[in-house]
Ligand binder design. Structure first.
Ligand SMILES: *Cc1c(COP(=O)(O)O)cnc(C)c1O
Length: 366
């Protein structure tokens, strides 16, 4: 890296919050202002005890429990998530949706107007939006024709100012998981952060990279409660990474970024993980049924393989079919303007009744 010498020198007088930073990875990658940042210290940081009386935070003493600021560390929730995911709480960041984690990663690592990130294309639109907000260039690398990763393309597009590579697996909107060996080649071959967004991984749980987390200090895995868990409304996203990366995200987040209602609701749903698994089974069964039905429909020219809870299908006149469905109050996603997705519509799997309605309506249109 070009300015490594300078920034090393600057580091000399800094309090180093990066103990345990293996190989100096983070001190090299993080923005210098983030390394030296002293986080806001809330009253609740200094003491939290079950039977204490709080005269410290200027809250209203009435209306418990909503009168009190929530746990800024989300300790109970992280403990529970850690048990389910098989990771230590210190390797978990919780945010207001995965979107918060994406934004914080940009703010932690990318110097506006200077650094860049590399992303697969097509993929989830939020990486670009978060980059634009932070004035960071996104270098897009098209997937291969079969929607697999272009490993050399990704690695060769990175330069000395590339801080992160974004991969989404299963990918939105192409619906496929990438080969583990390909993702590992990117993670091992790049000396910056690799973010693997696993928002849809509950629909293909055997394809997760979570078991590789401990081997790769530059890997960040994103997951969410918005899809399989069925609680998009409570806004809760997860990032899994080394303790050092999690500490940085925790240091720069708003102190009370996950509110009490969300923490309580999430704990309630986590107690009943069986419900989530049951939903996933129904959705996967329905996906196969919808796929078979659409294969019979002459409007549908192609259905891509899906490891997620949606189907990407090809039609001749995507805009027209989209509009006709909207008239019937059936809302799908027109992805036909997206790179490599000519003629593509994206259809989320609904309830059995909803899928029946969609199948029937598409039959009438054909
Ligand atoms: C839906 C989705 C998310 C979820 O974002 P939240 O902010 O957690 O709701 C994340 N990544 C991808 C690729 C998605 O499609």
């Amino acid at each position: 890296m070009k300015n490594q010498k300078d920034s090393k020198q600057n580091n000399v007088n800094r309090p180093s919050p990066l103990r345990g930073d293996r190989g100096g990875l983070l001190s090299r990658l993080l923005r210098p202002n983030i390394v030296s940042l002293k986080p806001y210290s809330s009253a609740r940081d200094e003491f939290s005890g079950a039977d204490a009386m709080f005269f410290d935070a200027n809250e209203n003493p009435f209306n418990a429990p909503y009168n009190r600021y929530p746990d800024p560390y989300q300790s109970e929730l992280k403990k529970k998530i850690g048990e389910i995911k098989g990771v230590a709480p210190e390797n978990i960041f919780l945010g207001n949706g995965s979107d918060e984690a994406i934004d914080l990663l940009f703010r932690a690592f990318c110097i506006p107007g200077k650094d860049n990130v590399v992303s697969i294309d097509p993929t989830y639109g939020m990486y670009q939006v978060a980059a634009d907000i932070n004035d960071v260039e996104v270098r897009k690398v098209l997937l291969k024709q079969d929607f697999e990763l272009d490993v050399p393309g990704l690695l060769n597009t990175a330069d000395e100012n590339t801080k992160m590579i974004f991969i989404c697996s299963p990918n939105n909107p192409t619906a496929n998981v990438f080969r583990e060996e390909d993702m590992l080649k990117v993670i091992s071959g790049f000396d910056g952060i690799v973010v693997v967004d696993e928002a849809y991984i509950d629909f293909a749980p055997e394809k997760t990279l979570m078991h590789k987390l401990a081997d790769h200090p530059n890997l960040v895995i994103l997951q969410t409660f918005s899809k399989a868990w069925g609680v998009a409304a409570i806004r809760l996203g997860m990032a899994f990474a080394s303790k050092e990366i999690i500490d940085v995200l925790s240091k720069i987040k708003y102190p009370y970024n996950v509110n009490l209602l969300t923490q309580e609701k999430a704990l309630e749903f986590l107690e009943n993980a069986q419900q989530k698994d049951d939903w996933v089974s129904v959705i996967l069964r329905e996906k196969e049924r919808l796929k078979k039905a659409l294969q019979q429909n002459p409007l549908i020219k192609k259905i891509y393989p899906s490891d997620a809870n949606f189907l990407l299908v090809v039609v001749d006149e995507p805009q027209k079919i989209y509009d006709l469905l909207v008239q019937k109050k059936l809302i799908i996603r027109d992805r036909s303007k997206v790179a490599m997705c000519e003629g593509c519509l994206r259809i989320t799997i609904g309830t059995p009744e909803e899928n029946d309605k969609l199948i029937e309506t598409l039959k009438e249109l054909s």
